[in-house]
Write a protein that binds this ligand. Structure first.
Ligand code: GAL
Length: 388
């Protein structure tokens, strides 16, 4: 019975997908307290905090050794003031601090993992004031994923401090089938790579561009909802793709109700990147209270149309151009019907009229007449529909 008592996660967290920043995509193992503090400063000064971003997450490589009693310590060289002081700094900015560990003996970068130390580690994180735990899956050999992640979930709950629990086992063990009551989000794929449609081969594993990650979400939308999200991985916005690709990437992640975790250097981002990451209408689509992941509504090969039911009868409609050239596209709403068996939404466009607004250009119209647009190569057009 004992184990049952704590078999819970903190339910009040991540009722909408978490918004934040993570060190890995830009810095890899080069993390230190000065950089993390500067990132918290930049999250405030860039307007990201005001736009809703909340978490500053340190990924792999913050770890030092375990002490003689097995308690984990931060790397003394790179985090000389310690994690508690860093959490205090981040909290004083009105933000939250996240940390990273691994279900195995060692993390992916070879630092101490939490295997056999789960309760001790959760207690340590709670005592430091940590708010978010990303939990990876390297060096796990024969470990059962459901029990490994449930053990850490129980350890966090027992430690008593609400911490968002972010499952990162790359979708290998179908976490959507078992993780709803275990974590607040689960990675659905291997790592992201800043490219449109590539597979980046690392030998024994691959990382993936925007389109391959999008395509791997097929069939998963029914598993997501408030408090338990499909995580499409940390974003590569501002990390080298074109402006149109970045906008498509950000808009798609928002539509899919994925956590939006920036992965660029917030201290020196371009105005374009800042504008994208703080784009209110896109964030509102992601943060909509219904928490319904978009569905692919129309698939015409190069052009795909996604639709996301929103509060108050609104819908977000995203036109994606996967192609390498710009494409003109026309949609006669009147001849279309939308039925979502999962969220139980249905629209007869010939009977029900909407006003639409292009959330980037501000252009307006109604679904009473044919809609024509030009979608840039590797780009999107996003409309918000409101009932008339
Ligand atoms: C991977 C994980 C990445 C990053 C990295 C750190 O397994 O998917 O997001 O955390 O480990 O070593």
């Amino acid at each position: 019975m004992g184990a049952q008592v704590y078999a819970q996660k903190f339910e009040q967290i991540a009722r909408t997908p978490q918004l934040g920043w993570n060190s890995w995509n830009t810095f890899g193992c080069n993390v230190n307290e000065k950089m993390i503090r500067e990132m918290a400063d930049a999250m405030v000064s860039s307007g990201m905090k005001d736009a809703g971003y909340e978490y500053i997450n340190i990924d792999d490589c913050w770890h030092g050794e375990r002490d003689k009693n097995g308690f984990i310590q931060a790397d003394k060289k790179h985090f000389p003031s310690g994690m508690k002081a860093l959490a205090d700094y981040v909290h004083a900015k009105g933000l939250k601090l996240g940390i990273y560990s691994d279900a195995g003996n060692t993390t992916c970068a070879g630092r101490p993992g939490s295997r056999g130390h789960e309760y001790q580690d959760a207690l340590t994180y709670a005592s430091w004031g940590i708010d978010y735990v990303k939990y990876d899956w390297c060096d796990t050999k024969d470990i059962n994923p459901v029990s490994a992640y449930s053990t850490m979930r129980d350890a966090i709950y027992k430690a008593g401090r609400p911490m968002l629990f972010s499952i990162c086992e790359w979708g290998d063990n179908k976490p959507w089938d078992w993780a709803k009551d275990v974590g607040h989000s689960w990675r659905t794929t291997g790592d992201i790579y800043p490219c449109w449609n590539c597979e980046h081969n690392h030998g024994s594993w691959s990382s993936w561009g925007v389109l391959p990650i999008l395509d791997k979400q097929t069939g998963l939308r029914k598993f997501a909802g408030p408090g338990h999200w499909n995580d499409m991985d940390m974003m590569e916005v501002g990390n080298g793709m074109t402006a149109d690709e970045d906008r498509a990437h950000f808009s798609l992640w928002a539509m899919m109700a994925s956590p939006l975790i920036a992965g660029n250097d917030l201290r020196n981002m371009s105005d374009a990147t800042k504008q994208l990451l703080t784009h209110k209408d896109t964030l509102a689509i992601n943060q909509d209270k219904l928490g319904i992941q978009a569905m692919k509504w129309i698939d015409e090969g190069a052009i795909e149309i996604f639709i996301k039911p929103l509060e108050k009868g609104d819908y977000a409609v995203l036109f994606l151009n996967r192609d390498d050239v710009a494409r003109d596209y026309s949609l006669d709403w009147n001849f279309h019907y939308m039925k979502d068996d999962i969220s139980k939404h249905e629209i007869f466009f010939d009977k029900k009229r909407f006003n639409w607004r292009d959330i980037w250009t501000g252009e307006k119209g109604t679904t009473g007449s044919q809609y024509t647009t030009r979608i840039p190569a590797h780009g999107v057009v996003v409309l918000r529909l409101s009932p008339q």
